[in-house]
Write a protein that binds this ligand. Sequence first.
Ligand code: PGA
Length: 248
Amino acid sequence: MRRKFIAGNWKLNNNRRQTTDLIEKITAQSRDAKNVDVCVAPVFTSLQSAREAIGSSPIILAAQNVFYEEKGAFTGEIAPSMLVDAGCSAVIIGHSERRQYFGETNETVNKKILASLKVGLTAVVCVGETLEERETGKTNDVIHAQLSGAFKDVPSLEKIIVAYEPVWAIGTGRNATSQQAQDVHAFIRDLARKKYGKGAEELRVIYGGSVKSSNAADLLARPDVDGALVGGASLIAEEFCAIIRLSS
Ligand code: PGA
């Protein structure tokens, strides 16, 4: 039985004060949730405040991005060990916004995963097709290419979570139907099975793209949907915690 994983991707929102406030609300409102991992991903400059606000609660702290080198002349970048130092135990890698606006490729995604695993971070690896790719029947090919690129030389699925986020569903209010999500999630698990065998049964494949409390139950009820990566709705404690409760 895979434990559900509900993550809030806060994107470019929330300064330190707002981070602390939101985490305090989430902690209070999700106290009774059981059998679910809760994760939040604030901006880099709020990570330390988030760590302090989380305190001894089991909320997992994630960063939204990382670089693959440990140190050197790479102005503006952050190393995996620095995320650990800031109190993170996970990192989102290859989000479609990073692929779209910041030149992230399957190759850099792969390097970031390898570097993050080396320091013990859990990698939340994002994949997903654009609307045009879906409409021209290329969804599975795109997911296949993204995953084989991402997992080159990755020895096992330990500390890996895959987030399926159809680009056309992110921030658009248009979520995939639970059947569309299930189909791609099952396809992802199948690919994982081919490469990693039994380890694929433990792999958590979470869905992202306009998840809110009103559509989460249907998505989370599907056998291969092991949680959610929530953007907009994760900025509202009541909404986020309602999704957490639906998973517990
Ligand atoms: P959204 O974002 O829930 O606002 O669509 C999800 C994501 O980008 O992770």
